[in-house]
Design a protein around this ligand. Structure first.
Ligand code: NAD
Ligand SMILES: O=P(O)(O)OC[C@H]1O[C@H](O[C@H]2[C@H](O)[C@@H](O)[C@@H](O)O[C@@H]2CO)[C@H](O)[C@@H](O)[C@@H]1O
Ligand code: MN
Length: 441
């Protein structure tokens, strides 16, 4: 199988080491000749890069070249595939995205509600500039984006690069939930197939079956209604916050048993309950700063100091493996089925055509071939039209510098609603994001 050249943008990300370990595990699916890390923060990336050097020398001997750089030409010129995972403002700005809404009695979340709007307004300019820079150097590479909030970033990128069908936005939440389904069904997650529809971080599984056609949907509903649903992916299995998130699935399936929910729907269906659980002094961002970020950079220090990966768990994770298998299907024209983010254009006929929906698609050398979903029932249509209107207003507000459209977006958002709360949280977030957001009129 032809070997590919991969660049990871955001090489200093807390996910990079896991992606590299997943690349080692998946070398048979996506054989590589070169890996390049690229980041604007040279010092943050350097520690990951030094550890990666040792990791790859030890576990990927067939790799011909590895380097880490802040030079765009070096990073993008020869890449066949470019993974993108940046965080404009870093985890400290994420902490403000989450703290400020909580201080107003609202859900404070990375990608949902007022926090997600704040993060989206920071991410849009950097992602547009990044794709422009990539395409000025390399017109052919598959650009696979994880950068969040994928719904808002995706809509903005779709406005600026409407014809770039080698630019895909991806989310690992559906596959992470399917990993947990697989583990309670004693199935391999890669043997499961889902019918799914929604927006990013706002969707439902309508069917779960295995590759031989056995339908597990009713069995899963029964199991989730009567047991504690648990995260089982290695990145989150032992994380109390994720355990609490997965546990909420029981109430969601008991209340709305027609379809199996994406875990993110908890914020939109139970906003009051969720906002009362949160504390501004212990946001998810703070937990990640004290958890994953510390663990990853401590692992890097250990690998560098011992000059090997002894006693380091180098197994892959679903976050990394998912993106890698998507890349393999595109590059090697495997036409395998993945849940990805794509323009609606009639997939769900009773939703706006220009919405970016999250649905199953076959991935091959011509990009995504999405499966039709068909008309969706009133409850889901109402929820999704409302959420899409929020997303669309945030993106329009960005391009038009329009304060009122941001206020309208928050009043529509199911985690905010109240106009006075929307005005107050918007003003505080604007103050905190002065160096990032566009001027608003
Ligand atoms: N789509 C998904 O389902 C999914 C899953 C997990 C994480 N994510 C996203 O992945 C991203 C990374 O998450 P993280 O917690 O590792 O963040 P992080 O802050 O640890 O790492 C982000 C890296 O991006 C770099 N960066 C920032 N702006 C850049 C730019 N313009 N060009 C190049 N590099 C730049 C930073 O210097 C940093 O090293 C976030 O957007 C997160 O939300 C998405
Ligand atoms: O709060 P975080 O930073 O731990 O996670 C936020 C991200 O959560 C989802 O990604 C999960 C993924 O679902 C899980 O299986 C595992 O891989 O960890 C990831 C990060 O924890 C979500 O899809 C992302 O969009 C969020 O950024
Ligand atoms: Mn996601």
């Amino acid at each position: 199988m032809k070997k590919s050249k991969l660049t990871i943008v955001g090489g200093g990300s807390t996910y990079t080491l896991g992606i590299l370990m997943s690349l080692i595990e998946e070398a048979n699916h996506l054989p590589l000749s070169e890996i390049t890390l690229y980041d604007t923060d040279i010092s943050r990336q350097e520690k990951i890069g030094k550890a990666a050097n040792i990791l790859l020398k030890e576990h990927y001997p067939s790799l011909e070249k590895f380097e880490y750089t802040s030079n765009q030409s070096t990073a993008f010129k020869d890449a066949d595939i470019i993974f993108v995972q940046i965080r404009t403002g870093g985890l400290l700005m994420r902490e403000l995205d989450e703290q400020i809404p909580i201080q107003h009695g609202l859900v404070g979340q990375e990608t949902c509600g007022a926090g997600g709007m704040s993060y989206g307004l920071r991410s849009i300019p950097d992602m547009i500039q990044l794709v422009k820079d990539i395409r000025s150097i390399n017109k052919e590479a598959w650009v696979l984006n994880y950068t969040n909030p994928a719904a808002i970033v995706g809509l903005a990128l779709d406005k600026v690069f409407p014809d770039d069908n080698r630019l895909l936005n991806i989310c690992d939440m559906p596959i992470a939930i399917m990993k947990s389904y697989a583990d309670i069904l004693d199935e391999d997650v890669w043997n499961l197939e889902a019918d799914y529809f929604g927006l990013n971080h706002f969707g439902w599984f309508t069917k779960i079956r295995n590759k031989y056609g056995h339908d597990y949907t009713s069995e899963l509903k029964h199991l989730i209604k009567n047991n504690d649903f648990k995260p089982t992916d290695k990145l989150i299995a032992n994380d109390p916050s994720w355990q609490s998130t997965f546990k909420q699935a029981k109430q969601m399936v008991q209340d709305f048993e027609e379809y199996l929910p994406n875990t993110y729907l908890q914020y939109y269906l139970y906003p009051n309950q969720l906002s009362q659980k949160e504390s501004a002094n212990n946001t998810r961002a703070r937990q990640v700063i004290n958890g994953r970020e510390k663990e990853v950079f401590n692992d890097c220090d250990t690998i560098i100091n011992q000059n090997n990966t002894e006693n380091i768990d180098i197994s892959g994770d679903i976050h990394g493996v998912y993106m890698i298998r998507i890349a393999a299907s595109l590059v090697h024209h495997l036409k395998e089925r993945f849940i990805i983010i794509t323009r609606n254009e009639g997939i769900i006929p009773n939703l706006p055509s220009d919405a970016l929906v999250e649905v199953p698609a076959l991935l091959g050398k011509n990009g995504a071939e999405p499966f039709k979903v068909g008309e969706i029932p009133t409850f889901y249509k109402g929820l999704l039209e409302n959420q899409y209107a929020y997303e669309k207003l945030v993106v329009e507000a960005y391009f038009e510098n329009d304060y009122n459209k941001l206020l309208q977006a928050l009043v529509l958002n199911r985690t905010v609603i109240d106009t006075n709360k929307a005005k107050n949280v918007l003003n505080d977030l604007f103050e905190a994001n002065k160096e990032y957001w566009p001027n608003l009129n």
